[in-house]
Design a protein around this ligand. Structure first.
Ligand code: GLN
Length: 550
């Protein structure tokens, strides 16, 4: 029988429930259990696809084309197993199902209510993945914080499931914060006590507490928490701030999180988890032999979570290259023909990020012109690839008004145009070209060399596409389509054949990079950037907003 673990959050948001859930899953997986993680989000959007990154960070896309919360990216990066549509559920989706059922007459004669109809639908979806019988353990992360009005139906669903499944098959872990008061030189437990009381008032007794803290928990603090929150002493787990998210599973193991969970769920605790490759990844991360600086040009750079998967893909690729990668974020709106050399001159490689709408496009195009002319390694992702096509169309092929129909609907040269199947769409939610599509790689190209494969499967999220009417023109002058979708001839990859490393991809390779499987294009791009640095062409001095990954 599948065991269920629910993870709730207390005191404040942003405690890292996703990283915690992924870390627990990693430890159980490393002990040979099959695990998946799902996230339930209490907002009314049917999925996060219609949210601006400023609202909710990056939108993560699964293999089956679901637009999901960025925590699913952490789950995949830690576990190296794909998630799906079923792994992310929102209040909007729950209500949509119940209202559709109501219109179809499923509840004829009954008043449709939050309890039982909404809570039943939540429970049905919480158990959905266990129906397949392929998982020993399912971890369900509840978005939001206990005490929020919108979280109540979820807590009620968990209360009922706990009762139905029984204590050997279901447990609740409450992730909470112990603030440190400098004046008192003390970690304070009161907010946690209140948060557990709130849970209790909704009928849920947490089985474990995981306490985010800047300082070590003393025995006294552990005892106090155990006593006042009704949990066993070994069920108070310290989650001290870590220098890397990839350190968290190891910290959790030191606290015996995995063995305590297994005992509670009445599952065998045999050997220790096998974390050898995870540990060696961390050792390499901390002891790089080289160091480079990559520019990340985007328009949401002020928001830490907007390019989460790209940031993480850089870390995975850095480790495989034995290199520390400093990522310097550059706001595309600040780039002009006058300053581009000064801002980008010292960089060893540049990635132009995905994006939507015209804001910041000029800066991206200007940056790409500089990068192309100065032979700096370039990696364009989705909108970044489209900007590279526009730049080439304008500055090399001489189409002054080359553009994307997304930016300039009236251009005479839409080198990027709306995909045929998008033309008659009226609804915005879930209607982009989403999820995994096939792509055939041309031999003897940068990308074929990187992947060492003839065909790949990569994830998409876009409405616009390279306009094939221009393909011959581009290829004749050196920008070639090195990856094509074999089913509909869409250009998925462009690259330059007279540049050390200039690759633009219409898909999102960052979504498939994991600790165990760094993405070959990121690995190759970092290698090309190291080579660029070693060739001595980049200038020194970096003054931007630098985030170091080591
Ligand atoms: N806005 C572009 C499109 O819809 C690119 C999307 C993206 O970068 N994800 O095609």
């Amino acid at each position: 029988m599948t065991k269920h673990i629910f993870v709730t959050g207390g005191v404040t948001s942003s405690l890292g429930k996703g990283i915690f859930a992924a870390s627990l899953a990693k430890l159980l997986q490393a002990r040979g259990y099959t695990v998946t993680i799902q996230k339930f989000d209490p907002y009314i959007n049917v999925d996060p696809g219609t949210l601006n990154p400023y609202e909710h960070g990056e939108c993560y896309v699964t293999e089956d084309g679901a637009e999901t919360d960025l925590d699913l990216g952490h789950y995949e990066r830690f576990l190296n197993t794909p998630t799906s549509q079923a792994n992310n559920v929102t209040t909007g989706l729950i209500y949509q199902t119940v209202i559709t059922n109501e219109r179809e007459g499923e509840y004829l004669g009954k008043t449709v209510q939050v309890v039982p109809h909404i809570t039943d639908e939540i429970q049905r979806r919480m158990l959905l993945l266990s129906d397949e019988g392929q998982y020993d353990v399912i971890i369900t992360e509840l978005g939001g914080t206990v005490g929020d009005i919108e979280s109540l139906p979820y807590i009620e669903a968990v209360r009922q499931l706990k009762w139905e499944l029984g204590k050997d098959n279901c447990m609740v872990i409450h992730l909470t914060l112990l603030p440190y008061l400098n004046a008192a030189k003390e970690l304070k437990t009161k907010p946690t006590q209140h948060s557990v009381k709130e849970l209790l008032s909704n009928g849920v007794q947490p089985d474990m507490l995981v306490c985010r803290t800047e300082k070590q928990l003393t025995e006294d603090v552990r005892k106090k928490l155990a006593l006042f929150c009704n949990v066993d002493m070994d069920s108070v787990i310290q989650a001290i701030d870590a220098d890397s998210i990839y350190q968290v599973p190891l910290n959790m193991q030191q606290e015996n999180l995995d063995s305590t969970v297994l005992h509670k769920l009445n599952l065998p605790v045999d050997d220790e988890p096998n974390l050898t490759s995870w540990q060696s990844f961390l050792t390499k991360l901390r002891n790089p032999a080289k160091e480079i600086t990559i520019g990340l040009i985007g328009k949401y750079v002020e928001l830490q979570d907007a390019y989460k998967s790209i940031d993480e893909a850089f870390i995975h690729a850095a480790v495989s290259n034995d290199c520390k990668v400093n990522v310097e974020t550059i706001h595309s709106e600040t780039l002009t023909p006058g300053n581009v050399g000064k801002v980008l001159g010292h960089l060893d490689g540049v990635l132009v990020a995905p994006g939507f709408g015209p804001r910041g496009t000029d800066g991206k195009i200007e940056a790409i012109r500089y990068i192309r002319e100065n032979h700096v390694p370039f990696f364009g992702i989705c909108f970044g690839m489209q900007c590279a096509v526009i730049e080439y169309g304008r500055n090399v092929l001489g189409y002054q008004d080359a553009s994307s129909a997304e930016i300039d609907a009236d251009t005479n040269n839409p080198v990027i145009s709306l995909m045929e199947e998008q033309k008659d769409l009226e609804k915005m939610g879930g209607t982009m070209r989403l999820g995994a599509y096939r792509c055939v790689l041309k031999k003897a190209t940068l990308v074929h060399n990187a992947y060492q494969q003839d065909e790949i499967l990569e994830r998409h999220r876009h409405r616009y596409e390279f306009n094939n009417a221009y393909l011959d023109d581009f290829e004749a002058s050196g920008m070639i389509a090195s990856g094509i979708n074999p089913d509909n001839d869409l250009v998925e990859i462009i690259e330059l054949n007279n540049h050390p490393w200039f690759v633009g991809v219409q898909y999102h390779p960052e979504l498939k990079s994991t600790v165990d499987n760094p993405h070959p294009l990121f690995v190759n791009f970092i290698a090309a950037s190291i080579a660029h640095q070693e060739s001595g062409t980049s200038t020194t001095a970096s003054k931007g907003n630098v985030v170091s990954y080591s």
